[in-house]
Design a protein around this ligand. Structure first.
Ligand code: SF4
Ligand code: SF4
Length: 405
């Protein structure tokens, strides 16, 4: 095996491939820049779009097959962005059939992230037939969700929860969610919002929730209506943690479960980079037109297109993948806070994209950032990470755990 690739693969037991089959969505989430799908199709030549999409899909499948045939690794293949169910439904069949063998061998999982508003019984049957699992994006109770994720002319929450019900009926998902936490969760206080969110999660029998920061920047006009302050975020997350820690419902909440595992093992948890560590190098996004990015957050763009790729290895060995690995070393050596941080080995400066958002915040505040590359900043949410690390560390030590930090 190529030593550079070995170095990259040794950081992870798996590679995540995000396939983004379209540019549009039927919701208008306050924190999303996607255009409604209708607008996209007014502007785009539909025939050309389909040709390019299918060419990209076939090349992506071949690159993954060649890679899995050669290496003993695991791929999480995820159809996502902006709403995958707006793309050609034949894609689910195509990838399902292509990857059936690897899925059976446990080398690949077929996942999709959906807002679930378009899920019907027929779609659920089709997804089940081809081996897909669905994670749902739902931000919390009706009033919060509908403010965050409006659906023009419809009750977005009702549509999503109907979809959740169908996905559960067919046992293909609807139990794990992603929630983006915004200013809308903070009413009347962050603590109240946290308690309401947690009750909702348990009452609706979700089994896991992945809480995301909104990842906004003060450069955007409406940022203060959307992004909570750091102190609001701290109050919210600490209260959700407190509720969760004393509850016995068994719901898994990321980041808390991943922080616990990291503190115990001293290792960052694979795939959980949003609130700790940096996994950009093994998260590959391929867009319908063949562009290749690290992650869906566009922090690093590969200088190759899918038309130039033979196997996934070509992407993992690219200059971009190596640059993403260098970021954490840079922060350890050059950012005094990270260099001296007790939690360095489980955090590595946090998400690259939220580091970029910190750079843009500094500009919006009238500062001249000293470092020119926005990717070389530690996460803007560092104070929240640190509080959570500290509180959870103390609780684990009080419970008698030996920790690896
Ligand atoms: S940009 Fe952030 S979320 Fe994306 S892979 Fe990198 S660390 Fe993870
Ligand atoms: S918690 Fe903050 S200071 Fe510590 S490693 Fe993470 S980003 Fe750096």
């Amino acid at each position: 095996m190529d030593t550079e690739l070995e170095r990259i693969l040794e950081h992870t037991k798996y590679v995540s491939v995000l396939f983004a089959p379209n540019l549009g969505c039927n919701l208008q989430c306050v924190y999303c820049a996607a255009k409604p799908i209708a607008e996209m199709f007014q502007e785009t030549d539909v025939k050309r779009y389909r040709e390019v999409l299918w060419d990209t899909a076939e090349r992506t499948a071949s690159a993954i097959e060649r890679f899995l045939d050669e290496y003993n690794t695991h791929i999480d293949f995820e159809m996502h962005g902006y709403e995958p169910l707006l793309a050609d439904p034949e894609l689910f069949k195509f990838f399902g059939e292509k990857f059936r063998r690897y899925a059976k061998e446990g080398k690949l999982e077929l996942n999709m992230q959906t807002n679930a508003t378009l899920v019907t019984e027929d779609i659920a049957k089709m997804l089940r037939k081809y081996g897909w699992k669905a994670g749902v994006s739902v931000d919390g109770p009706r009033e919060v969700h509908n403010r965050n994720r409006p659906m023009p002319g419809e009750d977005s929450y009702q549509r999503t929860m109907n979809g959740v019900k169908i996905l559960r009926k067919y046992k293909i998902g609807g139990e794990g969610i992603i929630s983006v936490i915004t200013k809308n969760h903070m009413h009347p206080t962050p603590k109240d919002g946290a308690q309401r969110y947690y009750r909702w999660l348990v009452d609706n029998e979700f089994k896991s929730a992945n809480l995301h920061f909104v990842e906004y920047t003060k450069m955007f006009d409406n940022w203060e209506k959307i992004e909570p302050s750091i102190s609001e975020y701290i109050e919210f997350f600490v209260e959700v943690y407190r509720q969760w820690a004393k509850d016995s419902s068994g719901v898994e909440i990321i980041p808390f479960t991943t922080i616990i595992n990291s503190l115990i093992t001293g290792e960052p948890q694979p795939s959980q980079c949003l609130m700790m560590d940096t996994h950009c190098f093994n998260i590959i996004e391929i867009t319908w037109d063949g562009q290749i990015l690290n992650c869906d957050r566009n922090s690093y763009t590969h200088n190759i297109k899918i038309t130039e790729v033979n196997t996934l290895e070509d992407i993992l060995k690219s200059k971009t993948s190596k640059e993403t690995l260098e970021r954490s070393k840079y922060l350890q050596n050059n950012d005094p806070a990270c260099g001296a941080c007790k939690y360095w080995k489980i955090c590595h400066g946090g998400c690259t994209y939220s580091g970029m958002m910190r750079y843009f915040d500094l500009i919006a505040e009238g500062e001249k950032p000293k470092i020119k590359d926005p990717r070389l900043y530690r996460t803007k949410y560092c104070p929240i990470y640190r509080i959570l690390f500290r509180i959870i560390e103390k609780d684990l030590r009080d419970l008698g755990y030996d920790l690896a930090i």
